[in-house]
Design a binder for this molecule. Sequence first.
Ligand code: ADP
Ligand code: MG
Length: 483
Amino acid sequence: MGEWTTVIGLEVHAEMETASKMFSRCPVVDSVEAAPNSAVDALSLGMPGTLPIINQQAMEYGIMVGLALNCEIPPINQFARKNYFYPDLPKGYQISQYDRPLAINGHITIELDGAPKRIRVRRAHMEEDTGKLTHSLAGSLVDYNRAGVPLLEIVSEPDLRSAAEAEAYARKLRSILRYLGVNSGDMSKGVLRFEANVSVMRADDTELRERTEIKNLNSIRNMVKAIDYEVARQIRLYRRGETVKPATLGWDEAAQAIQVQRYKERADEYRYFPEPDLPVVEVSRYWVAQIQSQLPALPDELNARFVNELGLSAYDAGVLTAEPAVARYFMDVVAAGIDAKLAANWLSSEIFRLMNAAEIARAAIQSIPLTAQRFAGLLTLLQAGAINQSTARKQVLPAMWSSGRDAQAIVNESGLAQVSDAEVIGDIVDKALIENDAMVARYLAGNDKVINALFGRIMGALRGKGDPAVVRRVLNEKLAELT
Ligand code: ADP
Ligand code: MG
Protein backbone atom coordinates (compact mmCIF):
# COMPACT_ATOMS: atom_id res chain seq x y z
CA MET A 1 0.00 0.00 0.00
CA GLY A 2 3.11 2.12 -0.05
CA GLU A 3 2.04 4.81 -2.48
CA TRP A 4 -1.29 5.44 -0.74
CA THR A 5 -1.80 7.75 2.21
CA THR A 6 -4.78 7.45 4.53
CA VAL A 7 -6.89 10.55 5.21
CA ILE A 8 -9.32 10.58 8.12
CA GLY A 9 -11.64 13.15 9.66
CA LEU A 10 -13.55 12.18 12.79
CA GLU A 11 -17.05 13.23 13.75
CA VAL A 12 -17.66 12.61 17.42
CA HIS A 13 -21.01 12.65 19.16
CA ALA A 14 -20.77 13.19 22.89
CA GLU A 15 -23.83 13.33 25.10
CA MET A 16 -23.57 16.10 27.67
CA GLU A 17 -24.39 14.50 31.01
CA THR A 18 -26.92 16.97 32.29
CA ALA A 19 -29.79 16.15 34.63
CA SER A 20 -32.44 17.00 32.03
CA LYS A 21 -32.78 16.93 28.28
CA MET A 22 -31.65 19.61 25.83
CA PHE A 23 -35.01 21.27 25.30
CA SER A 24 -37.26 20.15 28.16
CA ARG A 25 -37.26 19.26 31.85
CA CYS A 26 -37.54 15.55 31.06
CA PRO A 27 -34.83 13.72 33.07
CA VAL A 28 -31.85 12.05 31.39
CA VAL A 29 -31.49 8.40 32.45
CA ASP A 30 -28.90 5.67 32.03
CA SER A 31 -29.41 4.19 28.58
CA VAL A 32 -28.69 0.64 29.70
CA GLU A 33 -30.26 0.48 33.14
CA ALA A 34 -33.50 2.42 32.70
CA ALA A 35 -36.62 0.70 31.36
CA PRO A 36 -37.32 1.69 27.74
CA ASN A 37 -39.52 4.75 27.34
CA SER A 38 -39.48 5.48 31.07
CA ALA A 39 -37.96 8.95 30.61
CA VAL A 40 -40.07 10.61 27.95
CA ASP A 41 -42.32 13.62 27.83
CA ALA A 42 -44.44 15.27 25.18
CA LEU A 43 -41.40 17.03 23.77
CA SER A 44 -39.23 13.90 23.52
CA LEU A 45 -42.09 12.28 21.64
CA GLY A 46 -42.41 15.18 19.22
CA MET A 47 -45.99 15.98 20.10
CA PRO A 48 -47.49 18.85 18.12
CA GLY A 49 -47.83 22.05 20.08
CA THR A 50 -44.81 21.51 22.33
CA LEU A 51 -42.14 24.18 22.49
CA PRO A 52 -38.46 23.74 23.29
CA ILE A 53 -36.54 25.63 25.96
CA ILE A 54 -32.75 25.67 25.96
CA ASN A 55 -30.86 23.79 28.70
CA GLN A 56 -28.34 26.32 29.98
CA GLN A 57 -26.17 23.69 31.67
CA ALA A 58 -25.82 21.84 28.37
CA MET A 59 -24.73 25.04 26.65
CA GLU A 60 -22.20 25.64 29.40
CA TYR A 61 -20.82 22.13 29.07
CA GLY A 62 -20.57 22.65 25.32
CA ILE A 63 -18.66 25.89 25.81
CA MET A 64 -16.36 24.14 28.30
CA VAL A 65 -15.56 21.51 25.67
CA GLY A 66 -15.05 24.19 23.02
CA LEU A 67 -12.59 26.03 25.25
CA ALA A 68 -10.78 22.83 26.20
CA LEU A 69 -10.37 22.11 22.48
CA ASN A 70 -8.86 25.57 21.94
CA CYS A 71 -11.84 26.74 19.91
CA GLU A 72 -13.21 30.20 19.35
CA ILE A 73 -16.67 30.62 20.86
CA PRO A 74 -18.62 32.85 18.46
CA PRO A 75 -20.80 35.48 20.16
CA ILE A 76 -23.99 34.31 18.46
CA ASN A 77 -25.32 30.76 18.39
CA GLN A 78 -28.27 29.67 16.38
CA PHE A 79 -30.23 26.45 16.38
CA ALA A 80 -31.41 25.03 13.07
CA ARG A 81 -33.79 22.34 11.97
CA LYS A 82 -32.27 19.38 10.19
CA ASN A 83 -35.18 17.74 8.45
CA TYR A 84 -35.32 14.03 7.78
CA PHE A 85 -37.67 11.19 8.48
CA TYR A 86 -36.70 8.30 10.68
CA PRO A 87 -38.66 6.39 13.32
CA ASP A 88 -36.19 7.37 16.06
CA LEU A 89 -36.96 11.04 15.33
CA PRO A 90 -40.67 11.54 15.92
CA LYS A 91 -40.73 15.28 15.17
CA GLY A 92 -39.46 14.70 11.65
CA TYR A 93 -36.57 17.04 12.31
CA GLN A 94 -33.64 17.25 14.67
CA ILE A 95 -32.84 20.52 16.37
CA SER A 96 -29.17 21.06 15.62
CA GLN A 97 -26.92 23.93 14.66
CA TYR A 98 -25.85 24.69 11.14
CA ASP A 99 -23.98 27.84 10.17
CA ARG A 100 -23.73 29.35 13.67
CA PRO A 101 -22.32 26.60 15.86
CA LEU A 102 -21.19 26.80 19.45
CA ALA A 103 -17.45 26.49 18.79
CA ILE A 104 -15.12 26.74 15.77
CA ASN A 105 -11.47 26.55 14.74
CA GLY A 106 -9.90 24.60 17.56
CA HIS A 107 -7.29 21.89 17.79
CA ILE A 108 -6.22 18.86 19.79
CA THR A 109 -2.58 17.90 20.14
CA ILE A 110 -1.95 14.19 19.82
CA GLU A 111 1.32 12.44 20.46
CA LEU A 112 2.62 9.44 18.54
CA ASP A 113 6.05 8.00 19.35
CA GLY A 114 6.76 11.11 21.36
CA ALA A 115 6.16 13.48 18.46
CA PRO A 116 3.32 15.98 18.95
CA LYS A 117 0.94 16.69 16.08
CA ARG A 118 -1.84 19.21 15.97
CA ILE A 119 -5.19 18.05 14.64
CA ARG A 120 -7.57 20.86 13.79
CA VAL A 121 -11.09 20.81 15.16
CA ARG A 122 -13.39 22.42 12.62
CA ARG A 123 -16.42 22.93 14.81
CA ALA A 124 -18.50 21.69 17.71
CA HIS A 125 -22.24 22.19 17.68
CA MET A 126 -25.09 21.42 20.07
CA GLU A 127 -27.97 19.24 19.06
CA GLU A 128 -30.42 16.75 20.50
CA ASP A 129 -29.89 13.00 20.44
CA THR A 130 -32.40 10.75 18.70
CA GLY A 131 -34.22 7.73 20.09
CA LYS A 132 -32.79 4.26 19.80
CA LEU A 133 -34.02 1.55 17.47
CA THR A 134 -33.66 -2.15 18.14
CA HIS A 135 -34.32 -4.42 15.20
CA SER A 136 -35.27 -8.05 15.58
CA LEU A 137 -37.01 -10.67 13.50
CA ALA A 138 -40.24 -9.90 15.30
CA GLY A 139 -40.07 -6.27 14.27
CA SER A 140 -38.38 -3.05 15.31
CA LEU A 141 -38.62 -1.44 18.72
CA VAL A 142 -37.96 2.14 19.61
CA ASP A 143 -36.87 3.63 22.93
CA TYR A 144 -37.26 7.40 23.28
CA ASN A 145 -35.33 7.73 26.56
CA ARG A 146 -32.40 9.05 24.56
CA ALA A 147 -34.49 11.34 22.36
CA GLY A 148 -33.66 14.92 23.24
CA VAL A 149 -30.55 14.24 25.33
CA PRO A 150 -28.02 17.07 24.76
CA LEU A 151 -25.50 15.98 22.19
CA LEU A 152 -22.36 17.81 21.20
CA GLU A 153 -21.00 16.97 17.74
CA ILE A 154 -17.28 17.62 17.43
CA VAL A 155 -15.94 17.60 13.88
CA SER A 156 -12.25 17.43 13.02
CA GLU A 157 -10.57 18.59 9.85
CA PRO A 158 -9.28 15.72 7.68
CA ASP A 159 -5.85 15.99 9.32
CA LEU A 160 -5.44 12.43 10.56
CA ARG A 161 -3.10 10.33 8.43
CA SER A 162 -3.42 6.83 9.87
CA ALA A 163 -5.67 4.66 11.99
CA ALA A 164 -3.12 5.08 14.79
CA GLU A 165 -3.50 8.86 14.64
CA ALA A 166 -7.27 8.50 14.66
CA GLU A 167 -6.95 6.31 17.74
CA ALA A 168 -4.71 8.82 19.50
CA TYR A 169 -7.16 11.62 18.68
CA ALA A 170 -10.13 9.59 19.91
CA ARG A 171 -8.38 8.70 23.17
CA LYS A 172 -7.25 12.26 23.79
CA LEU A 173 -10.71 13.67 23.11
CA ARG A 174 -12.33 11.05 25.33
CA SER A 175 -9.90 11.85 28.11
CA ILE A 176 -10.60 15.60 27.84
CA LEU A 177 -14.36 15.02 28.03
CA ARG A 178 -13.90 12.85 31.11
CA TYR A 179 -11.63 15.40 32.79
CA LEU A 180 -14.22 18.08 32.17
CA GLY A 181 -16.80 15.83 33.83
CA VAL A 182 -19.27 16.32 30.97
CA ASN A 183 -19.19 12.77 29.60
CA SER A 184 -18.27 9.41 31.13
CA GLY A 185 -16.64 8.23 27.90
CA ASP A 186 -18.51 4.95 28.19
CA MET A 187 -18.81 3.89 24.57
CA SER A 188 -20.62 0.67 25.45
CA LYS A 189 -23.50 2.81 26.68
CA GLY A 190 -23.43 4.93 23.54
CA VAL A 191 -22.85 8.20 25.37
CA LEU A 192 -19.78 8.72 23.18
CA ARG A 193 -19.86 7.72 19.51
CA PHE A 194 -17.25 8.05 16.80
CA GLU A 195 -17.77 8.23 13.07
CA ALA A 196 -14.78 8.02 10.79
CA ASN A 197 -14.64 9.73 7.39
CA VAL A 198 -12.07 7.91 5.35
CA SER A 199 -10.38 8.45 2.01
CA VAL A 200 -7.01 7.63 0.54
CA MET A 201 -4.71 9.72 -1.60
CA ARG A 202 -1.53 9.43 -3.61
CA ALA A 203 1.51 11.60 -3.13
CA ASP A 204 0.86 13.51 -6.37
CA ASP A 205 -2.84 14.18 -5.67
CA THR A 206 -3.59 17.89 -5.43
CA GLU A 207 -6.88 17.49 -3.64
CA LEU A 208 -8.61 15.05 -1.35
CA ARG A 209 -10.53 12.20 -2.90
CA GLU A 210 -14.06 10.97 -2.30
CA ARG A 211 -14.63 9.76 1.24
CA THR A 212 -16.89 7.29 2.95
CA GLU A 213 -18.26 7.61 6.45
CA ILE A 214 -18.21 4.69 8.87
CA LYS A 215 -20.82 4.65 11.61
CA ASN A 216 -21.69 2.13 14.29
CA LEU A 217 -18.27 2.09 15.91
CA ASN A 218 -18.88 0.99 19.48
CA SER A 219 -15.29 0.98 20.66
CA ILE A 220 -12.02 2.65 19.74
CA ARG A 221 -10.59 -0.76 18.90
CA ASN A 222 -13.37 -1.40 16.39
CA MET A 223 -12.84 2.03 14.92
CA VAL A 224 -9.22 1.16 14.17
CA LYS A 225 -10.21 -2.16 12.62
CA ALA A 226 -12.92 -0.53 10.52
CA ILE A 227 -10.55 2.16 9.23
CA ASP A 228 -7.94 -0.43 8.25
CA TYR A 229 -10.60 -2.47 6.49
CA GLU A 230 -12.00 0.54 4.62
CA VAL A 231 -8.59 1.86 3.56
CA ALA A 232 -7.74 -1.52 2.06
CA ARG A 233 -11.11 -1.63 0.28
CA GLN A 234 -10.66 1.82 -1.26
CA ILE A 235 -7.13 1.08 -2.43
CA ARG A 236 -8.38 -2.14 -4.00
CA LEU A 237 -11.09 -0.23 -5.89
CA TYR A 238 -8.63 2.36 -7.23
CA ARG A 239 -6.19 -0.35 -8.26
CA ARG A 240 -8.92 -2.00 -10.26
CA GLY A 241 -9.61 1.30 -11.98
CA GLU A 242 -12.91 1.78 -10.17
CA THR A 243 -14.04 4.76 -8.04
CA VAL A 244 -15.02 5.18 -4.42
CA LYS A 245 -18.63 6.31 -4.07
CA PRO A 246 -19.53 8.53 -1.14
CA ALA A 247 -21.49 6.30 1.21
CA THR A 248 -22.45 5.74 4.77
CA LEU A 249 -20.98 2.47 5.94
CA GLY A 250 -21.52 0.44 9.08
CA TRP A 251 -19.02 -1.71 10.90
CA ASP A 252 -20.49 -5.17 11.34
CA GLU A 253 -18.84 -6.45 14.46
CA ALA A 254 -19.93 -10.08 14.03
CA ALA A 255 -18.65 -10.25 10.46
CA GLN A 256 -15.63 -8.01 11.20
CA ALA A 257 -16.47 -6.29 7.94
CA ILE A 258 -17.93 -3.13 6.50
CA GLN A 259 -21.49 -3.03 5.18
CA VAL A 260 -22.88 -0.26 3.01
CA GLN A 261 -25.85 1.31 4.80
CA ARG A 262 -26.86 3.98 2.32
CA TYR A 263 -25.45 6.37 -0.19
CA LYS A 264 -25.00 9.72 1.37
CA GLU A 265 -27.35 12.69 1.70
CA ARG A 266 -25.91 16.09 1.05
CA ALA A 267 -26.48 18.98 3.41
CA ASP A 268 -29.02 20.63 1.12
CA GLU A 269 -31.21 17.54 1.30
CA TYR A 270 -31.75 18.17 4.99
CA ARG A 271 -33.44 21.51 4.20
CA TYR A 272 -31.75 23.20 7.11
CA PHE A 273 -33.41 26.38 8.28
CA PRO A 274 -33.18 28.46 11.47
CA GLU A 275 -35.24 26.95 14.28
CA PRO A 276 -38.23 29.31 14.58
CA ASP A 277 -39.18 28.11 18.08
CA LEU A 278 -35.90 29.19 19.67
CA PRO A 279 -34.19 32.56 20.00
CA VAL A 280 -30.61 33.02 18.87
CA VAL A 281 -28.31 32.59 21.84
CA GLU A 282 -26.00 35.40 22.65
CA VAL A 283 -22.88 34.03 24.28
CA SER A 284 -21.51 36.98 26.21
CA ARG A 285 -17.74 37.36 26.60
CA TYR A 286 -18.33 37.57 30.33
CA TRP A 287 -20.01 34.16 30.33
CA VAL A 288 -17.16 32.64 28.31
CA ALA A 289 -14.53 34.17 30.61
CA GLN A 290 -16.36 32.83 33.63
CA ILE A 291 -16.48 29.32 32.20
CA GLN A 292 -12.83 29.57 31.16
CA SER A 293 -11.82 30.52 34.68
CA GLN A 294 -13.54 27.45 36.07
CA LEU A 295 -12.09 24.91 33.65
CA PRO A 296 -10.41 22.07 35.54
CA ALA A 297 -6.82 21.12 34.74
CA LEU A 298 -6.72 18.98 31.62
CA PRO A 299 -4.67 15.80 31.11
CA ASP A 300 -1.82 17.43 29.13
CA GLU A 301 -1.43 20.19 31.65
CA LEU A 302 -1.41 17.76 34.59
CA ASN A 303 1.03 15.51 32.83
CA ALA A 304 3.45 18.38 32.34
CA ARG A 305 2.99 19.46 35.95
CA PHE A 306 3.62 15.95 37.30
CA VAL A 307 6.84 15.71 35.30
CA ASN A 308 8.17 19.25 35.69
CA GLU A 309 7.06 20.18 39.18
CA LEU A 310 6.80 16.84 40.95
CA GLY A 311 9.71 15.13 39.22
CA LEU A 312 7.80 12.05 38.09
CA SER A 313 8.90 10.07 35.05
CA ALA A 314 6.86 10.57 31.88
CA TYR A 315 5.70 6.99 32.28
CA ASP A 316 4.43 7.45 35.84
CA ALA A 317 2.76 10.72 34.91
CA GLY A 318 1.02 8.97 32.03
CA VAL A 319 -0.24 6.18 34.30
CA LEU A 320 -1.59 8.64 36.86
CA THR A 321 -3.25 11.01 34.41
CA ALA A 322 -4.87 8.29 32.28
CA GLU A 323 -7.84 8.45 34.62
CA PRO A 324 -9.01 11.76 36.09
CA ALA A 325 -10.18 10.14 39.33
CA VAL A 326 -6.73 8.62 39.85
CA ALA A 327 -5.01 11.94 39.12
CA ARG A 328 -7.24 13.64 41.68
CA TYR A 329 -6.57 10.95 44.29
CA PHE A 330 -2.84 11.25 43.69
CA MET A 331 -2.94 15.04 44.01
CA ASP A 332 -4.85 14.73 47.28
CA VAL A 333 -2.16 12.42 48.64
CA VAL A 334 0.63 14.79 47.58
CA ALA A 335 -1.28 17.76 48.99
CA ALA A 336 -1.21 15.98 52.36
CA GLY A 337 2.57 16.35 52.37
CA ILE A 338 3.65 13.03 50.86
CA ASP A 339 6.67 12.84 48.59
CA ALA A 340 5.37 12.61 45.01
CA LYS A 341 7.55 9.69 43.95
CA LEU A 342 6.69 7.71 47.05
CA ALA A 343 2.99 8.37 46.48
CA ALA A 344 3.25 7.48 42.78
CA ASN A 345 5.07 4.21 43.51
CA TRP A 346 2.71 3.08 46.20
CA LEU A 347 -0.35 4.09 44.25
CA SER A 348 0.60 2.35 41.04
CA SER A 349 1.85 -0.79 42.74
CA GLU A 350 0.03 -1.41 46.03
CA ILE A 351 -3.26 0.42 45.57
CA PHE A 352 -3.75 -0.69 41.97
CA ARG A 353 -2.97 -4.28 43.03
CA LEU A 354 -5.63 -4.20 45.74
CA MET A 355 -8.11 -2.58 43.35
CA ASN A 356 -7.41 -5.16 40.65
CA ALA A 357 -7.90 -8.00 43.11
CA ALA A 358 -11.23 -6.51 44.18
CA GLU A 359 -12.15 -5.81 40.53
CA ILE A 360 -12.62 -2.12 41.17
CA ALA A 361 -12.24 0.09 38.10
CA ARG A 362 -9.68 2.89 38.28
CA ALA A 363 -12.48 5.40 37.76
CA ALA A 364 -13.99 4.26 41.08
CA ILE A 365 -10.87 4.98 43.13
CA GLN A 366 -12.72 7.66 45.12
CA SER A 367 -14.92 4.96 46.62
CA ILE A 368 -12.25 2.54 47.88
CA PRO A 369 -12.00 2.02 51.67
CA LEU A 370 -8.56 3.62 51.57
CA THR A 371 -9.40 7.25 51.05
CA ALA A 372 -6.65 9.57 49.85
CA GLN A 373 -6.47 10.99 53.39
CA ARG A 374 -6.00 7.56 54.99
CA PHE A 375 -3.49 6.51 52.36
CA ALA A 376 -1.56 9.70 53.04
CA GLY A 377 -1.71 8.79 56.74
CA LEU A 378 -0.02 5.48 56.03
CA LEU A 379 2.68 7.07 53.90
CA THR A 380 3.25 9.72 56.56
CA LEU A 381 4.09 7.00 59.08
CA LEU A 382 6.36 5.39 56.54
CA GLN A 383 8.10 8.66 55.65
CA ALA A 384 8.63 9.42 59.33
CA GLY A 385 10.13 5.97 59.93
CA ALA A 386 7.39 5.06 62.41
CA ILE A 387 6.79 1.83 60.50
CA ASN A 388 8.98 0.10 57.97
CA GLN A 389 8.24 -0.69 54.32
CA SER A 390 7.38 -4.31 54.78
CA THR A 391 5.13 -3.73 57.81
CA ALA A 392 3.37 -0.99 55.87
CA ARG A 393 2.86 -3.16 52.83
CA LYS A 394 2.13 -6.53 54.34
CA GLN A 395 0.30 -5.65 57.52
CA VAL A 396 -0.97 -2.11 57.83
CA LEU A 397 -2.17 -1.64 54.25
CA PRO A 398 -4.28 -4.84 54.08
CA ALA A 399 -5.75 -4.06 57.52
CA MET A 400 -6.68 -0.56 56.37
CA TRP A 401 -8.21 -1.94 53.19
CA SER A 402 -10.42 -4.44 55.01
CA SER A 403 -11.36 -2.24 57.96
CA GLY A 404 -11.38 1.25 56.47
CA ARG A 405 -9.52 2.47 59.56
CA ASP A 406 -6.61 4.85 60.00
CA ALA A 407 -3.03 3.61 59.78
CA GLN A 408 -2.10 5.08 63.15
CA ALA A 409 -4.94 3.26 64.94
CA ILE A 410 -3.94 -0.05 63.40
CA VAL A 411 -0.27 0.47 64.25
CA ASN A 412 -1.05 1.36 67.87
CA GLU A 413 -3.45 -1.46 68.37
CA SER A 414 -1.37 -4.20 66.80
CA GLY A 415 1.97 -2.97 68.10
CA LEU A 416 3.36 -2.61 64.62
CA ALA A 417 5.42 0.48 65.27
CA GLN A 418 8.91 0.32 63.88
CA VAL A 419 11.65 -0.48 66.35
CA SER A 420 14.56 1.83 65.72
CA ASP A 421 16.02 2.06 69.20
CA ALA A 422 19.63 0.90 68.72
CA GLU A 423 19.85 -0.47 72.25
CA VAL A 424 16.74 -2.63 71.92
CA ILE A 425 17.98 -3.82 68.56
CA GLY A 426 21.47 -4.40 69.99
CA ASP A 427 20.10 -6.86 72.57
CA ILE A 428 18.25 -8.80 69.89
CA VAL A 429 21.36 -8.88 67.68
CA ASP A 430 23.49 -10.19 70.54
CA LYS A 431 21.00 -12.95 71.14
CA ALA A 432 20.79 -13.82 67.45
CA LEU A 433 24.58 -14.05 67.15
CA ILE A 434 24.71 -16.53 70.02
CA GLU A 435 21.80 -18.62 68.72
CA ASN A 436 23.26 -18.72 65.23
CA ASP A 437 26.90 -19.32 66.09
CA ALA A 438 27.39 -21.63 63.09
CA MET A 439 26.47 -18.81 60.75
CA VAL A 440 28.73 -16.42 62.59
CA ALA A 441 31.58 -18.88 62.20
CA ARG A 442 30.99 -19.05 58.46
CA TYR A 443 30.91 -15.27 58.26
CA LEU A 444 34.19 -15.04 60.12
CA ALA A 445 35.64 -17.62 57.70
CA GLY A 446 35.01 -15.14 54.89
CA ASN A 447 31.49 -15.94 53.69
CA ASP A 448 30.05 -12.41 53.55
CA LYS A 449 26.67 -13.50 52.25
CA VAL A 450 25.76 -15.06 55.56
CA ILE A 451 25.09 -11.56 56.79
CA ASN A 452 21.82 -11.48 54.88
CA ALA A 453 20.60 -14.64 56.55
CA LEU A 454 21.52 -13.19 59.95
CA PHE A 455 19.69 -10.01 59.08
CA GLY A 456 16.60 -12.10 58.24
CA ARG A 457 16.76 -13.90 61.58
CA ILE A 458 16.99 -10.63 63.48
CA MET A 459 14.09 -9.07 61.57
CA GLY A 460 12.14 -12.23 62.31
CA ALA A 461 12.90 -11.88 66.01
CA LEU A 462 11.67 -8.26 65.77
CA ARG A 463 8.51 -9.59 64.07
CA GLY A 464 9.38 -7.60 60.95
CA LYS A 465 9.17 -4.29 62.75
CA GLY A 466 12.86 -3.45 62.94
CA ASP A 467 14.14 -0.38 61.20
CA PRO A 468 16.17 -2.09 58.46
CA ALA A 469 18.86 0.59 58.39
CA VAL A 470 19.45 0.46 62.15
CA VAL A 471 19.42 -3.34 62.19
CA ARG A 472 22.06 -3.44 59.43
CA ARG A 473 24.23 -0.89 61.14
CA VAL A 474 24.11 -2.60 64.55
CA LEU A 475 24.66 -6.03 63.01
CA ASN A 476 27.71 -4.77 61.09
CA GLU A 477 29.12 -3.16 64.20
CA LYS A 478 28.69 -6.28 66.33
CA LEU A 479 30.23 -8.50 63.67
CA ALA A 480 33.14 -6.09 63.31
CA GLU A 481 33.77 -6.41 67.03
CA LEU A 482 34.17 -10.19 66.59
CA THR A 483 36.84 -10.00 63.88
P1 ADP B 1 -20.48 17.18 5.99
O1 ADP B 1 -20.59 15.98 6.88
O2 ADP B 1 -21.37 18.27 6.37
O3 ADP B 1 -20.53 16.85 4.55
P2 ADP B 1 -17.65 17.60 5.59
O4 ADP B 1 -17.78 16.77 4.39
O5 ADP B 1 -17.01 18.90 5.33
O6 ADP B 1 -19.04 17.83 6.27
O7 ADP B 1 -16.83 16.87 6.70
C1 ADP B 1 -17.29 15.87 7.52
C2 ADP B 1 -16.11 15.13 8.06
O8 ADP B 1 -15.43 14.47 7.03
C3 ADP B 1 -15.08 16.02 8.73
O9 ADP B 1 -14.61 15.38 9.90
C4 ADP B 1 -13.97 16.11 7.71
O10 ADP B 1 -12.73 16.25 8.32
C5 ADP B 1 -14.06 14.80 7.03
N1 ADP B 1 -13.62 14.80 5.64
C6 ADP B 1 -13.94 15.70 4.68
N2 ADP B 1 -13.36 15.35 3.52
C7 ADP B 1 -12.65 14.22 3.74
C8 ADP B 1 -11.85 13.38 2.93
N3 ADP B 1 -11.67 13.60 1.62
N4 ADP B 1 -11.28 12.30 3.51
C9 ADP B 1 -11.46 12.05 4.81
N5 ADP B 1 -12.21 12.79 5.61
C10 ADP B 1 -12.81 13.87 5.09
MG1 MG C 1 -21.62 14.34 8.74
